[in-house]
Design a protein around this ligand. Sequence first.
Ligand code: CO8
Length: 260
Amino acid sequence: MSNYENLLYEAKDGVAFVTLNRPSALNALNTAVLEELADVFGRVAAAGDVGAAILTGAGKAFVAGADIAQMSALDVAAGRDMTVRGQYVMEFIENLDKPVIAAVNGFALGGGCELAMACDVRFASDKAKFGQPEVNLGIIPGFGGTQRLPRLVGKGMAKYLILGAEMIDAQEALRIGLVEKVFPAEELLAEAEKFARLILSKAPIGVKMAKKAINTGLNLDLRSGVAYEAEAYVNAFASQDKAEGMAAFLAKRPAVFRNK
Ligand code: CO8
């Protein structure tokens, strides 16, 4: 276990656990937290013995948004720097070549909802609450929310949530596709870990290329997206793990994957 000022990091048998740990401010994202997030996910990316990460929060919040106290004191130039830097961190997490699961334990508001959306998959506690309350503060989502929310839940629902700024509970988040699974609070982390380990049992090259093809394709027209898919497919097809996975199927034995 190694600690930052605002988060905890621990790697256990191939799975990294990153816990936002600023509970006195409901894990609000100030510039220091954003820098620590960039650092810790750089570490996850570089760790050869880590294949997946789980991101969660300490206390009653996942993240209650960008830090309003800090933002209130920023001039326009600094406000721009913070949004650009935050967007970079979200994109870095989104495009990490390892899967990242958000285990949303409580409030995921504003920048917190945006952070969860930058992860590959969202599991929520039945106590979690989601929302984009920025228009209550005279701003708009600035860590990618206006772009990722419509891609996840559709244009109309994204506008409903962002323009109305209402909070929704975990069941509603599940219904609209903002989260993939909801669990009782006490089971959330174990379920996230179970899913991370399920992914770790698969061919790493397949997991990596599939994530890349989905992320890349969503930014392209369909024809370019399927062309990209073919390239990602060939990358996996050329691997030792493709030979192993298919040989194992035909021999009716479990596959042993080796490529990273
Ligand atoms: N920023 C700073 N401090 C916060 C934040 C926040 N986002 N949220 C909570 N806190 C603090 C509170 O001020 C309080 O501090 P203190 O104990 O010193 O008074 C402490 O955390 C506990 O909070 P509450 O007492 O309010 O706890 P409650 O359980 O009563 O309420 C809520 C919980 C409903 C979550 C409430 O705290 C709340 O509404 N928080 C603000 C939610 C919000 O508006 N978030 C969006 C922020 S804007 C944003 O995220 C924009 C992202 C893009 C930014 C681009 C960069 C420029």
